[in-house]
Design a protein around this ligand. Structure first.
Ligand SMILES: [Zn+2]
Length: 305
């Protein structure tokens, strides 16, 4: 049995999973990072203790929102304000089982590869599109992390010279144009400049990506423009990956993937234009299947793959 954990900024969700991808027990605790590192650890221990009662535990896996080194050290986690934290060692000392901590997108692609949209593919790339844009590779059935386990950072491909300032400190990164937040900001700015939209009559300070997708489907010009712009920039990222590594499958996950077929069709439209014909010919572009469970399953698969 494996304890598999999705470590979020608000909640830490865990599940007890066997090697056949069956979930036996679930539990969640609050992260409470604002109470400091020790409190977060106490919450995490509570979760693990609850899940590991009366079972023979083999390993603990954690998908983490940040940069994690090849040996499971948390290098940086901006949402939590953590730098160089060896959580893996703390857990190893306490539970004495195998510990694997990896970036949350790296865990998510493993999950999709095991039992989700990426099943039966040996070369795949996953993008997660939400507040930011993340990415991860599996090449020849193996997780590819690059030299420092930091490969796949598609959100920070430069797409505009002197463009919008990114949280990474650079300007013109893809995620400033292709994330859900970027799309919302684009619409807000246009409305402030007097553009007309169905959304205008509402309180546009509280616009969400879902509302933009819904109104684009209804034919609202500004919302169509916003979705189109996002899909174009995502396709710039996708075509960069496709032209570089020629994968069999691109999986799109994260909150925005719930926008469904309308979104997927626009991505395919632009990707076909931007990808090399020969690489696009056998490429499948799919929406993720496992939602926010992908990382949990990926943790289990990281001990099996
Ligand atoms: Zn950036």
């Amino acid at each position: 049995m494996y304890i598999c954990i999705d470590f979020g900024g608000t909640n830490i969700r865990g599940a007890l999973i066997d090697k056949n991808a069956k979930i036996h027990l679930r539990h969640r605790v609050k992260t409470e990072a604002f109470h400091g590192f020790d409190k977060v650890c106490d919450n995490l221990f509570e979760l693990i203790d609850k899940l590991s009662q009366n079972v023979k535990l083999k390993a603990i896996g954690i998908g983490f929102p940040g940069t994690v080194s090849t040996d499971s050290v948390i290098v940086t986690a901006p949402n939590l304000g953590w730098n160089n934290v060896n959580l893996s060692k703390i857990l190893k000392n306490k539970y004495n089982v195998e510990i694997k901590i990896d970036n949350d997108v790296n865990m998510a692609i493993r999950g999709e590869n095991w039992i989700g949209a990426g099943k039966n593919y040996k070369n795949l790339f996953m993008l997660t599109v939400g507040t930011g844009v993340g990415g991860a590779f599996i090449l020849n059935n193996t997780m590819f992390g690059g030299t420092d386990n930091n490969a796949g950072e598609i959100g920070h491909i430069n797409v505009e010279k002197d463009g919008i300032l990114c949280a990474c400190g650079r300007k013109g990164c893809l995620e400033q144009y292709a994330s859900a937040s970027a799309m919302v900001n684009f619409v807000k700015e246009k409305l402030l400049n007097g553009e007309k939209s169905i959304i205008e009559s509402n309180n546009y300070q509280h616009i969400e990506a879902k509302e933009i997708f819904d109104n684009a489907r209804k034919g609202d010009k500004l919302c169509i423009q916003a979705v189109d712009r996002m899909c174009y920039y995502l396709s710039v990222g996708i075509s960069s990956v496709v032209n570089l590594i020629n994968p069999q499958c691109i999986i799109i996950g994260g909150g925005v993937s719930h926008a469904g077929l309308y979104f997927l069709e626009r991505i395919k439209y632009y990707s076909e234009i931007l990808c090399l014909d020969y690489s696009y010919k056998n490429l499948d572009i799919k929406l993720a299947k496992l939602g926010d469970e992908a990382g949990i399953f990926g943790c289990a698969y990281s001990f099996i793959e």
